[in-house]
Design a protein around this ligand. Structure first.
Ligand code: CDP
Ligand code: MG
Length: 887
């Protein structure tokens, strides 16, 4: 009988007994390697950490006695009033009907797929079925269940709910664990955790000792992490034949998962939902007048770059729809109208028909002015007014509004606060997103008093993982944030995109939980039918694969296998080319060796869930004690450039920026601008638009991630400060200790850090021959005469917005860059001059050294970057780094 420890060890939760010399602990149990140089000296650091992670406390007698206590508690519970009343609710859930079936199937099979409508009781009940069945048996056989959730907030809210259902406090038999936070004890036998936490545990504890059941929830979401976890589990079940795997999915693509696990059994829980009346943009309004809309994505839109609306009697080609006066008395023939008035009539096949009434005349006006690719906040506000006012046949109830992200949630929230109607009518408005605190989150589930309307503005988190029962109205903006691959940056980015039809249906379903409901989609039915994708593409096919490669390599399970063979086992694998590109990139920046072995750098990058280049900058910034500026630059690389130039003010913006110029570097210039924020004049501030808060927030997140892996104590301080709400725009800046920023003012070091991050994106600057004689520059060339050579794209141009656009003399002929933009020519957006030594030291690629006439000729990148250096310089360098050169 496999006995479990009940302990869920996290590398950051080591008890003091694990502390070895050289590590100091702060209050929250993070360890901090005294001498960070060790990290890169050899592999011993890796093995030490792995040992720490894998250390488990297997105290058999303790577990058994905890188990018998749990069994007794469970017996006693059966007569508790609170437990009984919860049980009545639970028994009403559709999942309860399938309880015996599920347990039987699990007896017969190692893997089981369970699907069922959202809210049918999968997440809360199925783990309890297993736990309760085991609590009725002998203490040696009590289950130890881990159930993964795609988001932190759902792990917490579900654990709280389940503890409540069991009439217990959280952390007894039920607990949760998310990054940097957990509520669990040695008695915890059902742990809800994020997918990331379980993956992390697998790094040190490859066969999940003591765990009897792994439940992967929301597998249909197809996140990179959940697909990756399935890959790991597929291997693990061979080594742990006694362990059971349950995959839970909200939609009906159960076959895909069943096939993946050798046609394992599936069970479907029949749904119990109420009908939801569905309205599209064209029906958001009632009756009488006719308007044509050309859809956002139509060829017309592409050609003229706008969406327009045409009304009756309107002749003579496109014109701004707002000019049109809508008139009731006019009647017209739709087909004639199309033929007569719109020149490219075939382009108008997508046009639609909007009906509206007096009640919603403002709504119509709104639509007339709107760009269908953007969410129209006016329309959302009007719809909310209409719902709350109650002059309609639908019953009162909570409203759930789906928005793509925090920015839109905040925007709508502020609008509603400014709108007296929502105060007078008695409304409560809550934002809902993944970074809410527990208290904020609880309020969302509470029922408001009679006559008060609860409005929840949420990201797609409320689509499947968070269930709010009393929702009667759903407003679906049709947008969500989606990770996509930004080819120019070779980096993933989070962008607003249309939801898939499956998402839209799921959103609609949220209105029919307790009674029939209403759903308004802010897109047309045509868009729904023809433009929305059936399903989202799995995330693993949309993102760069460097991180995933590293995470595969860090697992003992896959250490001996080639990346290619591991990738081919993924449920729907990305194409081979992307894998090869990722593997090359990792070798270029020094995270993998040529035979695909993880380097120490690679090991730490594997633990930082960010783009590898950003990760490298963060790690180097920490080790070289210039953490704060490194985080600022990392955050600016990861977000959009804060120097957005409004088209009519472009030259002004460029000039302002040049005034800050530092070290022939756009990145250091940004850093400079960020540092001296308070002295910005207003004109300049408006150029920076909304990006600065984003940078500050990213910096805080990055600091947290670093502290998570022991590289930065500041992250926790930043968090503490944030919690206490005393931080300014930039929590990190205030929280960062002096030791982490000893070198923060050192410009050449910062420039070297940039080189470390951006290599191998290198440009050679070429000055025409005629300006030289005897190897010396005689005269300055014009900026336009310089040529910029890249390895992969040939000659490129420096973008006019770069501080280097007018540069005539580069002290060093090398530039590093992040982003290429392809228009007529290939432009380099932001670039920074780098000297040769950082290229050598931090580039990561194999360096060749040859001796010629007393001078060293150093080359890297197969000789693409090549230069001579006096021997004393190289000798000093070598000494400093204790490099061992063969010659
Ligand atoms: O996982 P699935 O969507 O199938 O349902 P669930 O999350 O297990 O939720 C089942 C029911 O539990 C919901 O319909 C709610 O009534 C209730 N629940 C709750 O009240 N509070 C929560 N935090 C989670 C669930
Ligand atoms: Mg669920």
């Amino acid at each position: 009988q496999d006995l479990q420890s009940g302990e869920f060890d996290d590398p950051n939760e080591e008890s003091d007994s694990d502390s070895s010399e050289g590590e100091e602990y702060d209050g929250e149990g993070l360890f901090w390697p005294e001498d960070k140089a060790d990290v890169f000296e050899n592999d011993s650091y890796i093995s030490v950490r792995k040992k720490m992670v894998s250390k488990h406390n297997h105290n058999l007698t303790n577990i058994l006695s905890e188990n018998s206590k749990l069994c007794q508690q469970f017996q006693r519970k059966q007569s508790s009033r609170h437990y009984m009343s919860m049980l009545v609710q639970r028994k009403n859930l559709p999942a309860w009907q399938e309880r015996e079936n599920i347990l039987d199937l699990l007896d017969q099979s190692q893997v089981l797929v369970v699907s069922g409508m959202t809210g049918c009781g999968k997440t809360t009940q199925i783990p309890q079925f297993i736990l309760d069945a085991s609590l009725r048996g002998p203490a040696g056989q009590v289950a130890n269940i881990v159930c993964t959730q795609p988001r932190r907030i759902s792990a917490i809210s579900v654990a709280q709910r389940v503890a409540q259902e069991r009439a217990e406090s959280l952390g007894n038999s039920v607990g949760y664990q998310i990054r940097l936070e957990s509520v669990k004890t040695s008695a915890t036998r059902l742990l809800y955790c994020t997918t990331g936490v379980l993956l992390r545990r697998l790094e040190g504890d490859a066969d999940l000792k003591g765990v009897t059941h792994v439940i992967v929830d929301e597998v249909h979401e197809r996140t990179e992490e959940s697909d990756f976890l399935l890959l790991v589990l597929k291997d693990l079940i061979v080594q742990r034949p006694d362990m059971k795997i349950i995959l839970m999915s909200a939609t009906l693509n159960a076959e895909l998962f069943s096939e993946y696990f050798s046609n394992c059994p599936t069970i479907h829980i029949p749904g119990q939902t109420f009908p939801v009346e569905q309205f599209f943009l064209e029906d958001a309004i009632a009756e009488t007048r006719y308007v044509y809309v050309i859809e956002g994505n139509s060829p017309y839109k592409r050609k003229h770059n706008s969406s327009r609306i045409y009304g009756p009697g309107y002749k003579g080609g496109p014109r701004n729809a707002m000019d049109y006066v809508f008139d009731d008395s006019e009647s017209f023939d739709k087909t004639d109208f199309v033929k007569d008035s719109i020149p490219d009539q075939d382009l108008c096949l997508q046009e639609l028909f909007i009906r509206y009434s007096d009640v919603s005349a403002p709504v119509l006006k709104t639509i007339a002015a709107m760009d269908l690719d953007k969410i129209n906040m006016d329309l959302v506000e009007r719809l909310l007014e209409w719902i709350v006012e109650g002059n309609h046949k639908y019953p009162p109830g909570a409203v759930l509004v789906f928005m793509p992200g925090m920015a839109e949630i905040r925007m709508l929230y502020e609008r509603l606060q400014a709108n007296t109607m929502f105060n007078h009518k008695g409304c409560v408005v809550y934002p809902l997103h993944s970074s809410l605190s527990n208290e904020e989150q609880k309020a969302i589930f509470s029922r408001p008093p009679d006559g008060v309307t609860k409005i929840i503005i949420s990201t797609n988190i409320a689509e499947t993982s968070v269930t709010i029962d009393d929702v009667v109205y759903v407003i679906d903006s049709g947008k969500m944030k989606e990770k996509t691959y930004d080819a120019a940056k070779c980096m993933e980015s989070l962008e607003d995109s249309w939801v898939s039809r499956a998402n839209a249906m799921q959103r609609k379903g949220r209105a029919g939980r307790v009674a029939s409901g209403v759903c308004f989609h802010l897109f047309t039915s045509h868009c729904f039918k023809h433009q929305l994708a059936e399903q989202q593409l799995p995330e693993i096919q949309r993102v760069p694969l460097e991180q995933l490669c590293l995470r595969i390599k860090i697992l003992d399970l896959f250490a001996e296998k080639t990346l290619e063979s591991v990738f081919s086992q993924i449920i729907e694998p990305p194409d081979l080319e992307s894998l090869e590109a990722a593997s090359q990139q990792l070798q270029d920046l020094g995270a993998l060796t040529a035979d695909e072995k993880l380097t120490p750098l690679g090991y730490h990058l594997a633990n930082l869930p960010v783009d590898v280049r950003i990760g490298k900058l963060m790690l180097f910034g920490s080790m070289f004690r210039c953490l704060d500026p490194a985080l600022t630059i990392a955050a600016s690389l990861a977000s959009k450039s804060p120097f957005v130039s409004p088209w009519n003010k472009r030259e002004e913006a460029n000039m302002k920026r040049r005034a800050f110029a530092v070290g022939n570097s756009d990145h250091l210039t940004l850093l400079q601008a960020y540092k001296i924020q308070p002295s910005w004049d207003e004109g300049f501030l408006c150029l920076l638009q909304g990006e600065l808060p984003e940078i500050a927030s990213l910096k805080r997140q990055f600091a947290e991630l670093l502290s998570d892996i022991g590289f930065c104590r500041e992250g926790l301080r930043a968090r503490a400060i944030e919690r206490a709400s005393t931080h300014g725009a930039d929590g990190v800046l205030k929280a960062t200790g002096p030791e982490a920023n000893l070198n923060s003012e050192n410009i050449s070091l910062m420039s070297a850090m940039l080189c470390a991050a951006l290599y191998p994106n290198v440009i050679q600057v070429q000055t025409p021959e005629e300006y030289y004689s005897d190897g010396e520059l005689k005269k300055l060339p014009k900026a336009s005469e310089l040529r910029f050579l890249t390895k992969s794209d040939g000659y490129v141009h420096v973008h006019p917005s770069s501080v280097n656009h007018h540069t005539r003399l580069y002290e060093s002929p090398f530039l590093v860059y992040l982003e290429k933009v392809k228009t007529r020519r290939v432009f380099i957006r932001d670039c920074s001059m780098t000297s040769v030594f950082p290229l050598l030291l931090f580039g990561g690629s194999q360096i060749n050294v040859e001796l010629h006439n007393g001078e060293f000729v150093l080359s890297l990148d197969d000789g693409w970057i090549k230069f001579a250096a006096p021997s004393y310089q190289v000798a000093a360098l070598v000494k400093e780094l204790r490099w061992e050169l063969d010659e």
